[in-house]
Design a protein. Structure first.
Length: 81
């Protein structure tokens, strides 16, 4: 997680905003339309339950955890072994 954070924060400083998606997964890089949502910004799984993961195509899952919604991609985020 730390390694990803270091890369993403440096990209955020360069762009003047904090993105939660790696540059190679941005709409322009992947040839897909940008996210249209009142919350703005690109995300991997947040509020995308039932939709295909933008990276691997697996269906994004959701579950309630401690009164919060938890979203994840079972393809990109498999259970720990």
């Amino acid at each position: 997680i730390w390694d990803d954070l270091v890369v993403l924060m440096a990209a955020g400083v360069r762009a003047g905003r904090i993105d939660t998606v790696r540059p190679e997964h941005m709409p322009e890089a992947m040839g897909r339309p940008p996210r249209v949502d009142g919350h703005g910004g690109e995300v991997y799984v947040y509020r995308r339950a039932g939709l295909p993961c933008l990276v691997c195509g697996s269906e994004v899952r959701t579950v309630e955890l401690a009164a919060r919604n938890l979203f994840w991609c079972p393809g990109c985020q498999p259970p720990a072994v």
